[in-house]
Ligand binder design. Structure first.
Ligand code: SAH
Length: 374
């Protein structure tokens, strides 16, 4: 936490199961109440003490006040893509703003969450980077974005385009009505590995079985990083089965130094070596993120160079057509350049996909999260 910043209130989701028991005991309550509280929060997303009927009424207010303080409130929801994408602007206890995005697909639901308010990495093509870092989010502030998303999906608040019948037959069953969260990507605001301890704590809460946590699969979680090499090594040693995404954006140090300024500290070579070690330890293919920027990083020779760096490694390239951000002179690549880039990677046998950019018109796509009140 930057010095002088106010610390978010302590919350059940900040604590390990053992720490929850201690916290409950410190209130003079039986330790098993910790498990009951966890069941309400992680199992049913139920924060209203009135609904905790297995806990004596007299104890509920005390437990709620101490362990489930209000962490954030919704400023607004914005929806697009026929109701399949919803961005939420949150106000945290100290007035700080962050955003999260829910994306519903016929066969899965992905939530993109923030790990920091703002970002200190200063990538010039990313809206979040332009205002700098506000502060780290606490573990509970990260987890609560997902709890709120899972509750919304369960309650049918994001019914999906299938619900209006717009594409009817082409949609698979389950594309309308309530849904379950399948994937989480740390691709909202912030650099997750720069808020290491709290992000790792959040991954534990997300993946611990109910009622200790939300019971989500580690394989469904993607942590995206600019390439903080020591933190990638440390993350590999946690033993998670999460996917690692590395925001490469250029195969050469000269250009990457300008697009991802932290590259002046850790070079392409070192970042990729750390990524390959992560792939070995986790058994997961690493996702290489590459925002295609017209005439900046989309030349045929760069595609070829990228292919040479990645071939014969456990990698998958995710090309992201650049989403324009306010005031930037850059734009997405021409379709023919994008096609040639894909073909050059495929010629090296490197798997590649072009990301479908959801949420553009609500400034909810990659790199557009600025969390401003308008
Ligand atoms: N700090 C982390 C996670 C947040 S950004 C990281 O950099 O990986 C998630 C992804 O969106 C990153 O790959 C980032 O480089 C990319 N991105 C940022 N701005 C973008 C933009 N304007 N258009 C397309 N992708 C962008």
């Amino acid at each position: 936490m930057p010095r002088g910043a106010k610390t978010p209130p302590r919350h059940l989701a900040d604590l390990s199961p053992a720490e929850r028991k201690e916290a409950v005991a410190a209130l003079g309550e039986k330790p098993f109440r910790a498990r009951q509280l966890s069941q309400h929060y992680f199992g049913r997303y139920e924060e209203d003490p009135a609904a905790w009927t297995d806990i004596p009424a007299a104890a509920r207010g005390k437990l709620a006040g101490d362990l489930l303080p209000e962490l954030m409130t919704v400023v607004r929801h914005q929806t697009c893509d026929d109701g399949d994408t919803r961005k939420t602007l949150w106000r945290l206890f100290d007035g700080t703003l962050v955003e999260s995005v829910l994306m519903r697909y016929p066969d899965r639901v992905t939530m993109c969450i923030s790990s920091q308010a703002g970002c200190g990495m200063n990538c010039p093509f990313c809206a979040t980077g332009q205002a700098g870092l506000d502060r780290n989010l606490s573990t509970a502030e990260i987890v609560h974005q997902i709890v709120a998303g899972m509750r919304a999906l369960r309650d049918g608040d994001l019914p999906g385009a299938g619900a209006t019948g717009t594409e009817g037959a082409s949609r698979t069953e389950g594309a309308a009505g309530p849904a379950r969260l399948s994937n989480i990507v740390f691709m909202g605001m912030g650099e997750p590995l720069a808020n290491y301890k709290r992000v790792v704590g959040a991954i534990r809460r997300l993946t611990d079985p109910e009622p200790d946590g939300l019971g989500l699969s580690q394989r469904g979680i993607t942590v995206s990083t600019v390439g903080l090499v020591p933190a990638i090594h440390r993350f590999a040693d946690e033993g998670f089965k999460c996917r690692l995404a590395v925001s490469l954006h250029a195969p050469d140090d000269e250009l990457r130094d300008t697009l991802v300024p932290v590259n002046t500290r850790w070079k392409v070579r070192e970042v990729l070596d750390a990524a390959w070690r992560y792939a070995d330890v986790s058994g997961r293919r690493v996702s290489i993120e590459y925002a295609l920027i017209r005439d900046i990083n989309d030349q045929a020779w760069r595609a070829d160079r990228l292919g040479r760096l990645l071939r014969n490694h456990r990698a998958h390239v995710n090309l992201i057509p650049l989403n324009p951000t306010p005031g930037s002179k850059w734009t997405a690549s021409r379709p023919e350049d994008e096609r040639a880039f894909v073909a050059a990677l495929e010629a090296h046998g490197v798997p590649v996909t072009v990301r479908d950019t959801r949420g553009q018109e609500i400034d909810g796509a990659c790199g557009q999260l600025a969390a401003t009140e308008r």
